[in-house]
Design a protein around this ligand. Sequence first.
Ligand SMILES: [Zn+2]
Length: 370
Amino acid sequence: MLKTQKNFLLLSLTFFPPIFSTNQNITIKSIYHHRGATHAYDNALELGSVSFYFSAKPSIQKIKSESISGNMQRNTYRIQGARLNAEQQAKLPIITKHYTLALCNVGDDVHMIITYDARKVAIELNTFDSISLQKGVSIHFLNRIFCYAERQPQIPAKKKNRQKKVVIDCGHGGSDAGAIGYDGIKEKDVVLRVGLRVAQLLKKANIGVLLTRSSDQDVSLDERTSYANHHNADLFVSIHANASKNSSAQGIDTFFMSTSLLHNENQLSDGICGNALHNALRLRADESKHLAQSVHQSLITNVKKQYPTVVDRTVKHEVAQILLGSYMPAILIEVGFVTHEQEAKRLHDPSYQNLLAACICDGIVAYLKE
Ligand SMILES: [Zn+2]
């Protein structure tokens, strides 16, 4: 089951009409910084992105845009009625090679300050409703050299002549148990066993594997995405188990993120890279959909052979941080409900875990062979 984990940043906005005007106090629930493969600046469109979750629709306005020394640009934005808590402030600002982000409380509002080299970097801002029904804003830092049509980046997974690198992400871990279900079964334990088995099988298929965690440890969502981006992985496969207050809910879902869920706020964006970002996200969404269908089909077809009552909850699209922040085709699989008695017993069973793992591996291999 998807759960937000905290991370923190500093940011900012200008004299443009606000998006989502409101005058109620809102809380900044979570802040994520997904780092791009910054060591590969020359061949990466996405240098990094920052996502916010708000308790309600934020009102964001650019209040200042100024050139400081050389080509450095500083934009100041205001988030009306928002508040940063002390814990968040303690982990700010964030400084990268290409941009710095600062966030601070000013009067009743929060000011976000972005400083970047306007010759090299462009900013695009999107809004979305997250899978956990929070109001989201994502700020994308883009490599300007890729903003011109003739330099659009390709999807590496389709390049045939090199070993593929697949990131297997076992959800939750450590102090974050994820969902806890029937007989105290913990999501974090089930998905770790399934994920480690998937990794083993992929290696046997001569596919490179990177694990975001290989033991019961805490790893934040944006550490996972930044790890995958840093290693220029070809695919990102996140494994979770579901839960519901309704104990009869059961079955397997597979999620990917489609661009239709993201709304570009061009009045707050630089407006230079909108198309480049949209094309990159659309290309990735198409590939993520194919990967989701391949893995889901493999799961449903083969698991049902032995367990005909397993429910097919289909392939769906949602905005989840793990999908938004990974700059390669990415999916999230919910392998079943820990709150459903029979399904929880199956999920606890090593032979069922191995069956799920074999199906996930076969689905990934089939996609890569397409
Ligand atoms: Zn989960």
